[in-house]
Design a protein around this ligand. Structure first.
Ligand SMILES: Cc1ncc(COP(=O)(O)O)c(C=O)c1O
Length: 288
């Protein structure tokens, strides 16, 4: 199937998709984005993603027709026809001669792409991932899903060069989140994750996991996690749309808990898989 691109209301072949060089996303990183996971051809947590897009747009004062984009995204998902995929949506403040101030009549530029994706491998689920911690040197408006990702890119690269999967940020001695994920710790049997604030992105997977964990009766602490407690954590987890929820088995070269995926991770993983099945493959549930 040919790779398609949605660009400002039209779906065109990839080779024909053109963005002007003076797009403010390109010049200033003046834009926002979303990533939605598609399972079995159906988007997961679609409404939540578009609500977050609405919030991000409001934060950067970008005028977007969210309802129209929602419908266009569903159309692209069907047209591209990839069963296991991600939808990437990026909206920028459009094209204008370079000037930091907003153009007098900005017209947003929106691009969407559906690409194949796969779930975390069996090896990753069985063995977990390694992470490093890094000082959180990002700006103070991390709740905006901004396309300005240079600090995150540098942090992720540092993790990769250390043979790790992810960098987990510490700000003023407290764990905030990963460079492209939210982070969690199990401390004395309670599941901790940083509260929503301007210092973390309110992850959709985080929201879904919190709901599932609460329904399941897991004790939750949405509170700042002191970095010094990570060394004694029973488990550490990371979550995101593309990685779902992963067990961290080593942090800064030291084993986390028993050094293998733990029971809280396993429970959350299964709860999430079930939620995905209920939403994206309900026929499997009904058939049981
Ligand atoms: C900085 C950051 N935090 C958290 C997340 C997780 O968010 P979500 O679960 O919505 O994918 C991401 C995802 O890309 C991210 O970039």
């Amino acid at each position: 199937m040919e790779q398609l691109v949605y660009l400002n209301g039209e779906i065109v072949p990839y080779s024909e998709a053109r963005i002007p060089v003076e797009d403010r996303g390109f010049l200033f990183g003046d834009g926002i984005y979303e990533v939605v996971r598609i399972y079995h051809g159906r988007p997961f947590a679609f409404d939540r993603h578009f609500e977050r897009l609405r919030r991000s747009a409001a934060e950067i004062r970008l005028d977007l027709d969210i309802e129209r984009l929602r419908a266009d995204a569903l159309d692209l998902i069907v047209r591209q026809g990839i069963e296991e995929a991600t939808l990437y949506l990026q909206a920028t403040r459009g094209v204008a001669i370079r000037n930091h101030a907003f153009p007098s009549e900005p017209v947003a530029s929106v691009m969407m792409l559906v690409r194949s994706a796969s779930a975390p491998s069996a090896a990753v689920l069985q063995n977990g991932v390694r992470c490093i911690t890094l000082p959180d040197d990002r700006w103070a408006r991390c709740s905006i899903k901004s396309i300005n990702l240079l600090p995150n890119v540098l942090a992720k690269q540092q993790a990769v060069e250390a043979g790790c999967y992810e960098a987990i940020y510490l700000r003023d001695g407290y764990m905030t989140e990963g460079s492209s994920s939210n982070s969690w710790a199990v401390l004395d049997g309670e599941l901790w994750t940083a509260p929503k604030s301007n210092y973390i992105l309110g992850g959709i997977t985080r929201d879904v996991l919190l709901e599932l964990a609460r329904q399941d009766g897991l004790p939750i602490r949405e509170e700042p996690v002191p970095g010094w407690r990570l060394a004694a954590a029973d488990e550490i987890l990371i979550s995101s749309t593309t990685s779902e929820v992963l067990p961290v088995v080593e942090l800064d070269g030291r084993p986390v808990g028993a050094g293998r995926p733990g029971p809280v991770w396993e429970r959350l993983y299964h709860l999430l898989q079930r939620a995905i099945t209920v939403e994206c493959r309900p026929e499997l549930i009904e058939a049981r």
